[in-house]
Design a protein around this ligand. Structure first.
Ligand code: B1M
Length: 222
């Protein structure tokens, strides 16, 4: 059983999605996260164990390596893709309520901003950390965030901004959300955003990369 978990973790860390995938070249022709996860479930391994003992540690390792600049965006995207090919076998158990997630995380790129590559990476890494993601997409108004918060009480919120012009909308969004939900935690990030800016606009946490956000959320996991 531990061997299967180690194999899934290796596939995710290496970005090996399924047998047909030629990436990484050293694993060509071998089963990937897709086939091995299916086998693990058929052999009776619970989805919570697969998530906690294979996907989460593998994605954490990927996140740490990315933060240390040992790997770059393409490798992280491949790891996230492999994680998704494993997650597709686990999702039915989560949606049926049979297996619990660590909490809910609402994420979006703020109003006026269409950049989503970084936001998607953050969403994938937080999902890999065991959280349910509600991805509102790009150009998200404060009102849309509010509606999502009201539909998902207790959720955490992540705002991404890539333009100096839309940082102002991040500030406005934080003000609107905090006015209605003062106790709610808001995480912010994106290339022009800084820790100082986060403090200035009254958000709760700034991370320059996805792993920082994953690590911050750990203390709140249910
Ligand atoms: Co745009 N763009 N762009 N662009 N674009 C930048 C951001 C820019 C720096 C390019 C430049 O001029 N050198 C510049 C901004 C300048 C500024 O504001 N100071 C710029 C501009 C000006 C524009 C337009 C205005 C161009 C025009 O039309 N005249 C326009 C704006 C459109 C709009 O949003 N309204 C525009 C459009 C576009 C495209 C649509 C063509 C495309 C976006 C495609 C897409 O996202 N689907 C695009 C792209 C790709 C870029 C660059 C090249 C790359 C951005 C990116 O994806 N980086 C960018 C220049 C550059 O960075 N070299 C540029 C990779 C990504 C992984 O990093 O998003 O920073 P990043 O996310 C990181 C971290 O920031 C962090 O984690 C991620 C992973 O490490 N992070 C978080 C992000 N969100 C987080 C949230 C968190 C925590 C961490 O917690 C919640």
């Amino acid at each position: 059983m531990d061997d299967i978990l180690a194999r899934i973790a290796l596939c995710v860390e290496s970005g090996k999605t399924d047998k047909a995938s030629p990436y990484p070249p050293g694993m060509k022709g071998q089963d990937g996260a897709d086939e091995i996860t299916k086998l693990a479930i058929e052999e009776g391994l619970g989805p919570a164990r697969i998530l906690d003992e294979a996907l989460i540690p593998a994605m954490a390792a990927v996140g740490e390596r990315y933060s240390r600049k040992e790997i770059y965006v393409p490798q992280m995207l491949m790891a996230a893709k492999a994680m998704n090919s494993s997650m597709k076998h686990l999702k039915p158990f989560f949606t049926s309520g049979e297996t619990k997630r660590k909490g809910k995380f609402i994420i979006g790129t703020v109003s006026g901003d269409l950049h989503d590559i970084g936001k998607n990476l953050v969403a994938m890494m937080i999902e890999g950390g065991g959280w349910e993601i509600i991805d509102l997409g790009v150009d998200v108004s404060a009102d849309k965030f509010l509606k999502a918060i009201e539909a998902n009480p207790g959720a955490f919120v992540g705002l991404s901004a890539l333009l100096t012009t839309t940082m102002e909308n991040m500030k406005k969004t934080v003000a609107v959300l905090k006015e209605k939900h003062p106790g709610m935690k808001i995480l912010v990030g994106g290339a022009p955003v800084t820790r100082e800016y986060c403090e200035k606009i009254g958000a709760d946490f700034y991370s320059p990369d996805p792993q920082g956000a994953v690590n911050y959320l750990k203390q709140f996991a249910v």
